[in-house]
Design a binder for this molecule. Sequence first.
Ligand code: UT7
Length: 320
Amino acid sequence: MSKITAFGTYVPEKIIDNHYFEDIIDTNDEWIMSRTGIKTRRFAKDGEYTSDLSVKAAENLVANSGKDLSDVDFIIVCTTSPDQPMPNAASRVQYKLGIENTGCNDIYAACAGFVYGLQVAHGFVNSGIYRKVLVIGAETLSKIMDFEDRTSCILFGDGAGAALIEPSDEEHFQAFNSGTNGDFGHDLYLSHKKNSINGVGINPNSRIIQNGRSVFKWAVGNIPNKIRELVAKAGLTLDDIDFIVPHSANLRIIEAIARDLGYPMEQIPESVSEYGNTSSASIPLAIAKAERNGKIKKGDTLLLIGFGGGLTFAGTILKW
Ligand code: UT7
């Protein structure tokens, strides 16, 4: 059986408020705040990459827990913005942390990445394949945003979160689900060479492109039922869940999910207002913020659900 035994996060120092964009594109603080709930986000420095943020999150995990990472036997980095396509970001983290003998792989599932990472780590540990798995959700989206596209560049930010999964006498993971609608692939993408997805023309400019309205509709139309499905799978009801932590894409999406479920907003931690949409890092950053504010405590039952580019989603219920 397995559980998360240590946890840490990191955000870059540079704080970017909404006024920053007023000089670059036709937008304003009021529009961004009212449509997304975002007040600020963090951008990495030049020369600061996803593996650097990952290492800082792992160091924070060590500072929080006193854990020794030298015998980690698998590193999973969940990211859409690796330092480069090859080698994978996990191998850069292995090198920078000086972990001698460990497998390394990346999970490339956009905003669902961190929860997919936890699912894989749980499978590794419970099957006995590996005993100490480091899962990191990390992004430097500021390096792959289109700063000429006002519908997307105001949304994203950089950050990282790390969790250590190890064997346990008691199972802390209670249920999992995941799913994908690949027919919406052209609504949120990053493309280098291709000119179409599913027969729909796309822009191969190596920047994030999205049809915000379509992604918004898909999320609010599907995620509440996926949450209900997950809760039922665990043999629980929504009353048993202390906190639902959805991907922090947009405060309006979170409010719509809360309304649909009839679940209180106070029990839905978010990171989007302070850090923007940090994709794979948004769920760990929301948990860290809620811990700092004294909301989430050890032993609480959390439902995590990530969703985004694919379009794909992944959920889990676990004891924190
Ligand atoms: O991480 C997972 C993936 N991403 C998401 O979850 C994003 C989901 N979608 C969203 O969050 C929202 O759709 C957005 C925040 C991206 C956009 O909000 P919206 O309420 O759906 O706006 P819209 O696209 O319907 O645009 C409304 C208007 C348009 O003007 P017209 O056509 O009505 O004249 C846009 O051109 O707002 C305009 N607009 C802007 N105005 C000022 C779009 N972006 C901006 C901007 N500033 N930055």
